[in-house]
Design a protein around this ligand. Structure first.
Ligand code: HEM
Length: 137
């Protein structure tokens, strides 16, 4: 990612943080609309799950200029996701739901440039999680 992209992800994320709970609700609504078969994989409280998801995204967003230190944690999360039944292709569906949610939350601020920056960040995150899943297999 370019420093500009890292900056764009950071500033737009700051606008989502105050509405994180709504954003999480929108995200899961969209995710299950895109693929209803994912719903039964979520066995625990979705509100709590939404908070965990937002916390992890927050940690990654705040560390984009130095992700190396986080790689072991991200890989470990990817390995845990295998146990939840998550397959590689599900990461694409989550990407779509996440980008859609950001578009809702940011409105006009969700420019093409912002979308590209978020796509780059999500790609790094998901590829690292998938690598962690492979390492563990
Ligand atoms: C970059 C992408 C993702 C992030 C940041 C993320 C984040 C998280 C976090 C923080 C947790 C809490 C438990 C843990 O850390 O092990 C979790 C659990 C979970 N995630 Fe993800 N996740 C991602 C992708 C996915 C994908 C692609 C799926 C596929 C549907 C998925 C399904 C689940 C499920 C089923 C759980 C367990 C829920 C439960 O206990 O009810 N996640 N995720």
């Amino acid at each position: 990612m370019t420093p500009k992209q890292i900056g764009l992800v950071g500033t737009t994320w700051d606008k989502v943080v105050p509405i994180a709970e709504t954003a999480a609700d929108l995200f899961y609504g969209k995710l299950f609309e895109l693929d209803p078969t994912l719903k039964p994989m979520f066995k625990n409280d979705l509100k709590q799950q939404g908070r965990k998801l937002m916390t992890m995204i927050n940690t990654v967003v705040k560390s984009l200029d130095n992700l190396d230190a986080l790689v072991p944690q991200i890989k470990a999360s990817g390995a845990r996701h295998v146990a939840y039944g998550v397959k590689d292709e599900h990461y694409n569906t989550v990407a779509q739901a996440l980008l859609w949610t950001l578009a809702q939350g940011l409105g006009d601020a969700f420019t093409d440039e912002v979308k590209e920056a978020w796509t780059a960040a999500y790609t790094i995150l998901s590829e690292t999680m998938i690598a962690g899943a492979k390492d563990a297999a």
